[in-house]
Design a protein around this ligand. Structure first.
Ligand SMILES: *Cc1c(COP(=O)(O)O)cnc(C)c1O
Length: 457
């Protein structure tokens, strides 16, 4: 087969500012070994996140010029609304400034003390908003989703047996929603199968539990279904996405992911009464219902992005670029999560740096080494992010020590990705020289964003 090429040409470019290793050693030290504290101009290849970092198309930029900034009843809103209604089949569409604003509104209404929200795996902002409402979020990921290096086609699936058991234990009346994250971001960007969604839907119908989809990466998930699930090879990704949404009572979305927008999100649902309650909160926190927290131009960019993301040449290139990098690393024995997910490559830092104990943050140490070696910015998903302390102040480590390399949409070319692989392999070859880290300053919650660290000699 021929090389799968980037399905776009480049009309507008942004410079990459080069620096050398000496400079990067100093920059990293000054940033206290925390990639969030590095200025982005000091980064060569920025794989910190795929959120809000997409390149917009010339069509989206043209749409931006057509944005109508009327406070109420803007035609930009109606184009946004119609696109989402057609895609999801959900009649009530509520714009928000990003995904977590949708979550905040939804769980302020569905959450509350004594309630449970079940999921395959809740994303961290989703869990935080559920917790904040007083409700409890529960992850019921399937067994195969728990082992990073053992491949399986749908590691994002929910364990439906556990779901039924949970309902029997807690009572359906106390479970105010089930929310399925597609693809499963916190679980390595792994997809959920249509069969699993259908099974979950049947259980939800039987017990009268509303089913929501956290749809941030609905197009990537739909493409995986086309590739991997029996009976879907000949269906278009648009048809698959529509079927996926057809099982949902509602969805939350961050347009910073699969809508190629730099900001934005929405909530959509079938239930009119719930939509009314959501809109009342929206007016208080985000804005009037025909703009939410967004400018008219953002609504245009999102509407166009939602159609563009279903282009199968784009999705083929997208999924292939993640797989391409993953396979290059597997070939030389770098331990990575398998199979490749939809939006990022995950390195198993515990295996990569097996001489660094977990209380010296091997993930963060690897993040620093990748920056110094090649100016690549990545993020630790391990004990710096999720670690807690016991009563004696001893670290309770996270289950896994991962380093995530999230690939922004339509931003980097194959030579950038080749460069990333070369740098990782270079670091792998001299991994024994990498030293552990200790925290010298930290916040009590979400500490990874602001923590300051230093190397242990
Ligand atoms: C990014 C993300 C969110 C939150 O969206 P924001 O736009 O960042 O607020 C929620 N769920 C998942 C799965 C995400 O990836």
């Amino acid at each position: 087969m021929n090389t799968i090429i980037e399905p776009f040409r480049i009309k507008s470019v942004e410079p990459i500012y080069f620096n050398n290793k000496e400079e990067r050693i100093a920059i990293l030290k000054k940033a206290f070994y925390n990639p969030f504290l590095i200025h982005s101009n000091d980064v060569l290849i920025d794989l910190l996140t795929d959120s809000g970092t997409s390149a917009m198309s010339s069509n989206q930029w043209a749409g931006i010029m057509q944005g109508d900034e009327s406070y109420a009843g803007s035609p930009s809103f109606f184009r946004f609304e119609e696109t989402i209604q057609q895609l999801t089949g959900l009649p009530f569409v509520i714009p928000t400034h990003q995904g977590r604003a949708s979550e905040k509104i939804l769980f302020s209404i569905l959450g509350g003390k004594g309630k449970y929200i079940v999921s395959n795996t809740l994303f961290d902002t989703t869990r935080a908003n559920i917790d904040f409402s007083g409700a409890e979020g529960v992850d019921l990921i399937c067994e195969e989703g728990k082992y990073p290096t053992i491949p399986a086609p749908f590691k994002g699936n929910m364990d439906t047996g556990l779901f039924e058991k949970f309902i029997a234990e807690k009572g359906a009346a106390n479970i105010s929603a089930c929310i399925i994250t597609v693809t499963n971001n916190s679980g390595g960007g792994q997809p959920v199968s249509m069969a699993n969604i259908r099974e979950i839907k049947n259980i939800c119908v039987e017990f009268n539990i509303p089913l929501f989809i956290d749809a941030c990466r609905f197009a990537e998930n739909s493409y995986f279904i086309k590739l991997r699930e029996e009976g879907y090879a000949d269906k278009s990704v648009t048809e698959i996405a529509k079927e996926l949404f057809s099982y949902a009572d509602g969805c939350t979305m961050s347009a910073k992911k699969d809508a190629f927008a730099n900001i934005g999100g929405f909530l959509a649902m079938h239930n009119e009464q719930l939509a009314k309650e959501c809109r009342n909160l929206l007016i208080m926190t985000e804005g009037f219902p025909t703009y939410g927290g967004l400018a008219g131009r953002d609504l245009e960019a999102i509407a166009i992005g939602l159609r563009e993301v279903l282009d199968e040449h784009y999705l083929q290139y997208r999924i292939r670029s993640i797989e391409y990098l993953t396979n290059k690393l597997i070939d030389v024995g770098v331990p990575v999560m398998q199979p490749a997910g939809g939006h990022a490559v995950y390195i198993d830092a515990k295996a990569f740096l097996n001489h660094i104990p977990v209380d010296q943050y091997p993930g963060q140490a690897l993040v620093g080494a990748l920056y110094v070696e090649g100016g690549i910015r990545s993020v630790e998903i391990g004990s710096l992010m999720f670690g807690k302390y016991d009563e004696d102040g001893k670290l309770i480590p996270s289950q896994m020590e991962l380093v995530r390399l999230a690939i922004p949409r339509r931003v980097y070319t194959q030579s950038h990705i080749d460069y990333v692989a070369e740098v990782i392999i270079e670091v792998f070859n001299k991994r024994n020289e990498i030293k552990g880290l200790k925290i010298i300053e930290e916040a009590s919650t979400l500490r990874h964003f602001t923590a300051k660290l230093e190397t242990i000699n």
